[in-house]
Design a protein around this ligand. Structure first.
Ligand SMILES: [Zn+2]
Length: 72
């Protein structure tokens, strides 16, 4: 197993969903590389990579905070 510091890095506005191009809130690390998803596509595709992902960095809880107006 390899440890890369990048796995813990927070997602930014520059990270985009691989499916729709919206801001990514989830980064899925696979043996073959990384995938980025918005909350919608993460939920849609989660069953497909749940068994193969080595790490899932989930910041979808930030959406709740954002929608509450805490981070305008
Ligand atoms: Zn998306």
């Amino acid at each position: 197993m390899t440890m890369t510091p990048d796995q813990k890095a927070p997602l930014s506005a520059a990270d985009r969903c691989d499916r729709c191009g919206a801001q990514a809130y989830v980064r899925v690390t696979l043996p073959s590389g990384e995938l980025f998803f918005c909350a919608h596509h993460y939920r849609k595709h989660a069953p497909q990579f749940a068994d193969v992902a080595t790490h899932i960095h989930d910041e979808t809880d930030r959406l709740l905070t954002d929608s509450a107006g805490a981070a305008l």
